[in-house]
Every structure is written in C-alpha cells, then in structure tokens.
Design a protein around this ligand. Sequence first.
Ligand code: HEM
Length: 419
Amino acid sequence: MPHHCLKTSADFYGPLMYLKLGEVPYIVVTSPELAKEVMKTQDLNFCDRPNLLLPTIFTYNATDIAFSPYGDYWRQLRKICIVELLSLKRFQSFQSIREEEVSKLVKSISTCEGSIVNLTENIFSMTYGITARAVFGKRTKHELVFKTALEEYRAKTRLEKLRRETDRILQDIINDHRSSHEDEDLVDVLLKFQHGDNNDPLQNHLTDDNIKAVIQDLFTAGSETSSGIVLWAMSEMVKNPMVMKEAQAEVRRVFDRKGYVDETGLHHLIYLKSIIKETPRLHPVVPLLVPRESREKSRINEYEIPPKTRVAVNVWAIGRDPIYWDEAESFKPERFVNSPIDFKGTHFKYIPFGAGRRMCPGISFALPNVELPLAMLLYHFDRKLHNGLKNEELDMSESFGFSLRRKSDLCLIPITRRP
Ligand code: HEM
C-alpha cells in the first residue's frame, strides 16, 4: 500500500519528503501544518493537477472537473457543479430516489434472513443505483453495462476497448436525453449548458465529450467513495460491538415511534454522525488525496520546490498520528461528539475530503448516501459473522485503486429485528 510505505518513510525522514519517480518530482506531505501550507497558504500555487495517463484516457483528455488543469475551463465546470449539479435544491430533489433505493436494499436483505449476505456487493449496487438515477434519470437501459465497465477500469484492464465502450454508452445516453423530456436529471442540466441562452461563451461551448467527462466524474466520485465509507463504518462497528450497540440504540430510539427510517430524522443521530466522521479518519477512501501539481517555483520552509512538482498529502498517515489523536489507532467515535472538527477542510489534521480550491464539491451529496443506509441497516437488522468468526477477527485489509476499499467483501448474516 503506497500510503503505508510513505508513512514508514515519513516516520524516518520527516513530514516533507522529496521523491523522484523516474523523472517526475514529487513531494509527500505528512503533517497538518504542511497540509495547511500546501492547501491553504500556497493553495493558488499547488492547485493544478498533473497530466496522468489513466485520467487522460478515462476522462476525455482530462476535461472533467477532477483532473482538468487549473484555469478558466476548470473554474467554469466547478461553478456549474456547485451552483447547478450539486446545489442544495438539487440534492433535496433526489431525496425520494435515495429513500427508495435504500429501502430496496433493506427489502432484499430481509429476504436473506439467516443466510450469508454479501454486503459489499449490495452496498455498491445501491449507491450505483442512486447515482445512476440522479445522473441519468430513469431512462437508461445501460446502467449495468456502464457499472461493469467502471469496475474493469478499476482493474486497469482492456483500457482502450473499455474507453470506446463507455463512450458509446454515454453518447447513447446523451442522445436519449436530447429526444425525450422527463423529470430533470443531471444530464439534462448539463445539456442546458450546451445551448444555454446566457452570455458566457464558455458555458455555451460544452461539447458532448466535456459532458461525458463530467458524467464519469459524478459516477466514479459519487459511488465508489460513499460505498467505501458505509462498508468501512459497518466493518468497524462489527469489530467494536459496543459502538454498534450504542449506534443501534440511538437509531431505534429516534425512529421507533415512526416505525421506519427516512431522511427527515437523520439530524437527530448524533452518535451515528460521529461514527461517520471517525471512519474516514482511519479509512480515508482517498488516502493520498487526488494528486496536485505546483504551477511555479516556490518555497516550503527552507526548501525550494520546482515548478511542476506533484504533491501527495498522506491523509491516512495524518489521521493515525498519535501527536494529533489520542489512542490514534482505536476506533473511538466519541472523540467527534461535541467536537468542532468537521468535513469542511479547515482542520488540517482531518481532511478526508481535501481542502482549498480543489476540495471535494460533493460532501453534501455524499453524506446522506452514507447516513441513510447505515441508519436503515442498524434499525432493521442485527447481524452476525459466518463460520463462527469472532468480531475481533474480521479482516480489515485494504485494496488500493480509485478508492481505498476493503480487500475482502464484507459478508454478514442478517437477523431482522424491525421488519
Ligand atoms: C464519502 C464520499 C466522498 C469522499 C471521501 C470524497 C473525497 C474527495 C477528495 C479527497 C477529493 C480531492 C480533494 C483535493 O484534491 O483536495 C475529491 C474531489 C472531488 N470530488 Fe469527492 N468525495 C466524495 C464524494 C463525492 C461525491 C458524491 C461527488 C459528486 C457527486 C464528488 C465529486 C468530486 C469532484 C468533482 C472532485 C474534484 C474537485 C476538483 O478537482 O475541483 N465527490 N473528493
């Protein structure tokens, strides 16, 4: 795991390391102070993205939001993303989609009472389902093919063939949207920016390829990451039964009168929200953040940093550093109850969504996709491990790809407590 090796090196060499990978200069940052220097004090210099092979193939020559170079085009896309695609109004409009998809998950698990359920597969399908409906609407017949193609991208196989396949699917989806006008989804919103009647020349010139690049971003960033947090949180609760018990008691206390879980009561779940904060401290799904690149020659402390130096911030190592966290390796959600630390990228010892100009714009979209399934699973089911495995024996090994996933699927036996 690169983030493990880099932590070991940082323990020896210190929180600012300079590496050359072949000809490519890299700095690796492993402290909150230096993370703040890079992502706040000198954010304007370090907010470019490097030209990487995989995103170039995958995201139409890096014309998406996450990998496009800093400049007017990125600024414009980011604005569309924040004001139009991921706005509060838009997020609220997808509430019923989220509730329906999570209820479907609960129903499907209930039918497997007493037998082994692969929660990893189920959670990924649920978040793909929510994202597909939000981005493509109901109209797509391609969801499964698109999802499989993304999985294969993750395995980095048959890249060129896959790129052609996903391109064909996305073009089909765009064409379908041009010819039918049902409830507005995110593809419809993006299409408005092709033929908008506003005066901004850039907004009128989003090409089909630009739109496809943004769709890929929303799909990958929206599904992989949220599923990852749900599964890591559930795994930590299985390993720490007292935490599970307290979370379950809270959810049932809040929702028992109603008899079911919906989004309106989620704000009462103070302890569950702390679990959701504690999870990416130990298991950040983007452990080195998305690489940045410096635009000019600069200095950090007494060191000169050349232009076009790539930057990795080891969020995974910072989250486990005993200098900044008591009992750093233990899963202790209590540390976040009544704590001012939030996801907004202002507390640099805790930046699972990044910080600064390139910070994740999808936080408010992501959180209900994590809170709602966890609350529903805790409300309806108790669970046990199969093969007589003890809680503390649950394997927590990681697999590194687009996001940091569990290496083995999380499989549990559900016991229905609230039908
Ligand atoms: C638990 C869920 C999520 C986590 C942990 C997460 C984390 C991150 C991180 C660490 C970055 C890089 C930040 C940096 O470079 O400083 C990022 C960027 C990004 N995320 Fe998220 N993300 C999540 C969910 C989402 C969702 C739901 C969306 C959209 C639907 C989204 C869209 C994006 C985009 C477009 C970028 C690129 C921003 C830019 O370069 O300007 N993310 N995310």
